[in-house]
Design a binder for this molecule. Structure first.
Ligand code: B3K
Ligand code: ZN
Length: 890
């Protein structure tokens, strides 16, 4: 906990470490009421910093350490006493006498009471670790920074009966039993790594084993460890792992490097997973999946997270970050890698649609709020607060733009050079860019502004057609709003992928003024100035532009399309993503009109063109069902909030619900036809995990949710049939969600009770049960959530539960969370205060909805601010919570 105001750390203050640690030899003694950690560090003066030593002597050695009880300390086998060092609550300082030395320490720690889930802690009955970013300092005194890379050897000793499995990074080298029912195992990691990649696991675990033959014909043992009751939910993760390993060889030429790769699933975990060298530790929600308990979306998440953590072996572990300001070096790049992997494994267009919808709703909101920061931040108080959508998702968009600008081949040349040049090093985002530049002979100086300037740029586009000259000119004007600490912004390099559609909807051949010949119907132009025009020649008729295809840059584009033009693009754009995006823009226009009507107290009148467009989609059986499902999905309330100047929660909710009802009523017949046809196939084939079936189920479930708006008895019957008779969680949970959001009180109550009774022993399924109810927008949402907090399956100590109930309520149930009396805000603040003491990282994450207070009307602004003030005054705040609250109020 914070005793004084946390310090701000600046990138500009970076200095290389004074000392290095060549070898780290650890021994853990695990017990039920404490654990002991013996560390032997083989250290030396960093030659890079040694220039002035001859005159000035050696500088003090300052080791990081928190919540450690120092029991013994010696240097080069000489025991040290309290007079030989200084201790405060986060450092151990001592004076080396020689440029190389060995430091031995023993500390006592308490994993059994560690609720912050950082460092060494217990999840249920097993011991596990989470060290990134700065958790290793809660395990032993160390230079806990990513530019200190060391060779680790780890011995774990524990009671054999309770902890038959003892794991750490690298390869197993020895094991044995001790007296008194204890045993030990030693692991050695041949690769130097920073302490944040250290991992240890001890527990009663079962594993599924497989193997992978690498591109150079080496056999790698693959093991996924889980608690015994979950052993039947591991196959999908194993398949995903093998696909990832092959994909990284084929697409990036990257081979796995140890003889064994392990994944361990734990129930209590602050985020999705962690890429510890050779021993990934996962939130069980990102490993366990089988048809009966996990939805299609959950299966896809497992595939993506397994891939993401595996890909870190190169982008993060072999080449790591110099300091935490460079976090996006590994995270942005790795998110890009996993997104491309998922695109290759599933539908590329659908993956892009999902990612962009998420980016626009959530990252754009972060970039417009009080925590806005560049992809490479300049400063932070608490690094845990910077594992953000900006570092991850926008960081990935930045890498995607480099890929777009250089092309796949040029990009690969760049990554080859990057991995070769920096293997075994801790480097910066500039090093990454430099490799891209050197491999391609290009200059990315201006492009690098994407790393240093925060905020979502706006790109306003206008057109001018000259029939006599047969030219068509697109004029671009870019601007970027001010963000905290950054008033003025310089122009970005914005790659705009585009096409021009003729009256039949075909891409016209594109030839810019000055070019010898046309170069296809789709191209990328780079907007690099604040205002810039591009003139296309040989254009006989006025075209309709399709701009920013695939969201080729993370910007907010505006072009004055009318609704008929959007409908035309929805049908004809050769870019699937832009067909979807045209539909979204049409929906946004229509919904915004309804929001205005609601605010003026007028009767709501839906533009029938939206219904026509949706009917066309439903009638066209040749379309990819996954695309139809995406296109039938209205923009979320959260997205409508994000694009509002002042968000009127009630009007947004009313407009969207009204539209959903109109769709359900007007398109009842085609929706029912689609529903019945698709449900019949589900019944006939049973669950099939293939893309076509996933698409079919998605459309089936969207159709069901619209149909249920009608309140008709036969739709209810169909919904109950699906709920009871299906063989998989995708159909069951969708039916449950539809019931929960309906007015059929008795059926709803019965379904919820029956579901909970059946799945009460499966925590991940119960998370879904909590979420579905937390997200229900019917009146009384807060009271329902408060009652659920008392449910025996709920606990604030499990992050998944907090996210499933409190998180889902505050982020997805906007109309209930933003109740005009502020009770939703009070509820959230109360739990943030409790969580601050239990688990600061989770507390700080849950705060996000309150930080967005500037989006709302005066009354709500005051209520939200008052809750932030109350948190600030509530006592000793963690640096995590303090940073977010104080920046939000600034
Ligand atoms: N690198 C970890 C995130 C660690 C977060 C620490 N607070 C997971 C990932 O991005 O792969
Ligand atoms: Zn990552």
């Amino acid at each position: 906990m914070r005793t004084e105001q946390p310090k701000v750390i600046y990138l500009k203050d970076y200095q290389a470490p004074e000392y290095l640690i060549d070898e780290t030899n650890l021994t853990f003694e695990l017990y039920e009421d404490h654990s002991l950690v013996h560390a032997q560090l083989v250290m030396r003066r960093n030659p890079e910093r040694a220039a002035g030593d001859a005159g000035a002597g050696l500088p003090p050695l300052v080791l990081d350490g928190q919540q450690l009880e120092l029991l013994a300390l010696s240097m080069d086998d000489q025991a040290l006493t309290a007079a030989d060092y200084q201790l405060d609550d986060s450092h151990l300082t001592l004076q080396p006498k020689a440029a190389t030395f060995t430091l031995d320490s023993t500390v006592r720690i308490h994993p059994e009471t560690n609720t912050a889930l950082e460092g060494l802690y217990k999840s249920g009955k097993m011991f596990c670790t989470q060290c990134e970013a700065e958790g290793f300092r809660k395990i032993t005194y160390y230079l806990d920074r990513p530019d200190v890379m060391s060779k680790f050897t780890t011995t774990v000793t524990a009671e054999q009966h309770r902890y038959p499995v003892l794991l750490s990074n690298g390869n197993p080298v020895a094991s044995g039993s001790e007296e008194g029912g204890r045993h030990w195992a030693t692991w050695q990691d041949p690769f130097k790594k920073p302490a944040y990649l250290f991992a240890l696991v001890a527990g009663d675990l079962w594993c599924v084993e497989d193997s992978f033959t690498t591109m150079t014909a080496r056999d790698v043992a693959l093991r996924i460890y889980v608690e015994p009751e979950n052993i039947d939910k591991v196959q999908h993760a194993m398949d995903s792992l093998k696909k990832s390993m092959r994909w990284d060889e084929e697409v990036y030429g990257r081979e796995y490097d140890l003889d064994i790769f392990m994944i361990v699933a734990v129930n209590d975990f602050n985020m999705g997973a962690m890429e510890n060298k050779g021993l990934n530790i996962f939130n069980s929600s990102c490993v366990l999946a089988k048809a009966e308990t996990a939805t299609d979306a959950a299966h896809q998440r497992v595939e993506a997270v397994v891939a993401h953590e595996y890909f870190h072996n190169w982008s993060g572990n072999r080449v790591t970050c110099r300091d935490w300001f460079q976090l996006s070096l590994k995270e942005g790049f790795t998110v890009f890698r996993d997104a491309e992997f998922s695109a290759d494994m599933n539908s590329r267009t659908v993956k892009r649609i999902e990612d962009v919808a998420f980016l626009r709703t959530n990252q754009f909101a972060e970039d417009a709020g009080p925590m806005a920061h560049p992809v490479r931040p300049d400063s932070f108080m608490e690094i845990s607060n910077f594992y953000t959508l900006t570092v991850y998702e926008k960081g990935s968009e930045v890498v995607r733009m480099i890929h777009t600008l250089l092309g796949a081949e040029g990009f690969r040349k760049g990554t080859d050079l990057y991995f070769e040049r920096h293997d075994g090093q801790a480097v910066t985002c500039d090093d990454f860019i430099k490799a891209m530049e050197d491999a391609n002979g290009v200059d990315l100086t201006q492009f690098k502004r994407w790393y240093s300037q925060a905020g979502t740029p706006r790109l306003a586009v206008t057109e001018a057609f000259d029939p006599a000259a047969r030219t068509y000119t697109l004029s671009f004007r870019q601007s970027c709003p001010a963000t905290p600490g950054q008033a003025e912004k310089l122009p970005f390099v914005i790659p705009v992928e585009l096409g021009l559609l003729d009256a039949a909807g075909n891409d016209l051949p594109l030839r810019l003024a000055g070019e010898a010949q046309a170069g296809g119907g789709n191209r990328v132009i780079s907007v690099t100035e604040a205002e810039q025009s591009f003139t296309f020649v040989d254009i006989a008729e006025k075209p309709l532009p399709s701009l920013l295809r695939g969201l080729s840059a993370p910007v907010k584009l505006s072009f004055p399309y009318d609704r008929d033009q959007l409908m035309f693009l929805m049908q004809h754009d050769s870019d699937g993503f832009n067909r979807w995006d045209a539909g979204q823009q049409l929906s946004v226009q229509v919904l915004q009109e309804l929001i205005g009507q609601h605010q003026r107290g007028e009767p709501l009148q839906l533009d029938p063109r939206l219904l026509t467009a949706f009917r066309t989609l439903l009638d066209d059986e040749s379309l990819d069902q996954a695309m139809v499902a995406e296109m039938l999905s209205l923009p979320s309330e959260a997205y409508l909030t994000e694009i509002s100047e002042v968000a009127d929660v009630d009007a947004i909710h009313a407009a969207r619900e009204f539209t959903r009802q109109s769709i359900g009523a007007t398109l009842f017949e085609p929706l029912l036809a689609r529903y019945q046809a698709n449900r019949a196939i589900s019944r006939e084939t049973g669950y099939v995990a293939e893309a076509a079936h996933i698409a079919r189920r998605t459309l089936q479930n969207i159709a069901l949710s619209y149909l249920m708006q009608s309140g008709k008895a036969d739709v209810l019957a169909a919904c109950l049939e699906q709920f009871k008779d299906c063989d998989n969680m995708t159909e069951r949970l969708s039916a449950l969600a539809v019931l929960v959001n309906s007015g059929f009180e008795q059926e709803k109550a019965e379904a919820l009770a029956c579901f909970a009774d059946y799945f009460k022993d499966d925590p991940l399924v119960m998370d879904q049960w909590f979420s579905v109810q937390a997200g229900c927008g019917l009146p009384g949402g807060l009271e329902r959530v408060q009652a659920l907090m008392e449910h025996p399956a709920f606990t604030l100590k499990n992050p998944n539960k907090v996210r499933a109930l409190i998180g889902a309520f505050a982020n997805q149930n906007l109309v209930n969370f933003h109740r005009a009396d502020g009770a939703g805000y009070r509820f959230l603040a109360d739990h943030v205060i409790t969580l601050n003491a239990l688990n600061p990282q989770i507390a700080s994450r849950q705060l996000a909805p309150l930080t967005r207070w500037r989006k709302y009307d005066d009354g709500r602004q005051q209520l939200m601010r008052a809750e932030l003030e109350r948190i600030l005054a509530s006592g000793e705040l963690s640096s995590d919570v303090f940073e977010v609250v104080s920046k939000s109020l600034a």
